[in-house]
Write a protein that binds this ligand. Structure first.
Ligand code: ADP
Length: 301
């Protein structure tokens, strides 16, 4: 099969591993910088053009869209969808997962366990907002934050009020969330492919740190999931419409709660912690689910 990896850089670990795993399995893999793709969106025959050449013979696309490039990246993925190419994760599912608030709303609708979360516009409603999540201590999150930046633990109601007021004063959108103290600074990344969790790792925050992000000095190790955690992760990915996803879970007193569903989960941490060939499993999944270009043309023709 001919597979395109949409990635800004061929040298990124995840991109390299996917290319390697694809070639090992006899596929032709090309890394395409989606920011250099352009397209005629009005044409009857949708096309994506890359450095002057039309990309019209791919059987499948693996999008690895950077968080700050979601708008353009999903437009390119959508164009491939219109050409009838199998996209591992669809543009709509990627956009959905990039909006933390929308993500939580969709998961709640499906009855998936979540930390109690509130959202408000006006600082006049702070009291009510704090009440929703059961008072302090509580967690305040910038909607636009990643890698744990903009995630604040407020120990007291006064601290919570000041931080919420400060963020809102800067016109930043924030979520207010129940603090899952019993998680003890640990979260679990479940790597979902199709209807399976193919690998799971726990990430433990540095001493004294409630955030477990590896970028903030957290440590990762393999972990065995409970059946409930496994099914929560699979249901969360499905609720977002993602075929491949990284689902982040906290172990709470009221069962597993989902914090986030990531549409371009990194491979480096999870492969190092679990020794699993996650890249290989992604390629096998894509090859199994894509319709080869040749038979697609026959169907259309
Ligand atoms: P980001 O997307 O910036 O990584 P997260 O929402 O994943 O932000 O939060 C970063 C880390 O903070 C999580 O991995 C988790 O360890 C911790 N954390 C986040 N929310 C809560 C919460 N409600 N209770 C306890 N710990 C939390």
């Amino acid at each position: 099969m001919k597979i395109a990896i949409l990635s800004q850089k061929a040298s990124l670990y995840s991109t390299r591993r996917l290319k390697e795993a694809g070639e090992e399995r006899g596929h032709e893999i090309r890394v395409i910088d989606y920011l250099r793709c352009y397209m005629n969106i009005t044409s009857h025959r949708p096309q994506v053009i890359y450095q002057g050449d039309p990309l019209d013979d791919f059987d499948a696309v693996i999008p690895r869209i950077g968080a700050s490039k979601t708008f353009y990246g999903t437009a390119v993925v959508r164009q491939f969808e219109m050409m009838g190419v199998f996209c591992m994760n669809e543009s709509q599912a990627i956009s959905r997962s990039r909006d933390k608030l929308r993500c939580l709303q969709l998961l709640a609708r499906k009855g998936i366990g979540l930390p109690v979360t509130g959202f408000a516009h006006s600082t006049k409603d702070i009291e009510g907002l704090i009440e929703i999540v059961g008072g302090a201590p509580l967690v305040i999150k910038l909607l636009e934050g990643t890698q744990g930046i903009g995630v604040v633990l407020a120990e007291t109601k006064q601290a919570a009020q000041s931080v919420i007021e400060a963020f809102r004063g800067l016109d930043a959108n924030i979520l207010v969330q129940e603090f899952i103290k019993e998680a003890g600074g640990m979260d679990i990344r479940c790597f979902v492919i199709g209807d399976k969790v193919v690998a799971a790792m726990k990430r433990q925050g540095a001493p004294g740190e409630f955030r477990s992000n590896l970028h903030r000095g957290g440590m990762a190790a393999k972990i065995k999931l409970t059946p409930e955690e496994r099914s929560t992760a699979i249901r969360a990915a499905k609720a977002m419409g993602l075929r491949v996803a990284g689902v982040d879970i906290l172990r709470s007193n009221h069962g597993p709660v989902v914090m986030e569903v990531n549409s371009s989960p990194g491979l480096e941490g999870i492969e190092a912690a679990t020794q699993a060939d996650v890249a290989g499993k992604i390629i096998e999944f894509v090859a199994k689910n894509a319709t080869p270009q040749r038979s697609r043309n026959r169907l259309n023709g």
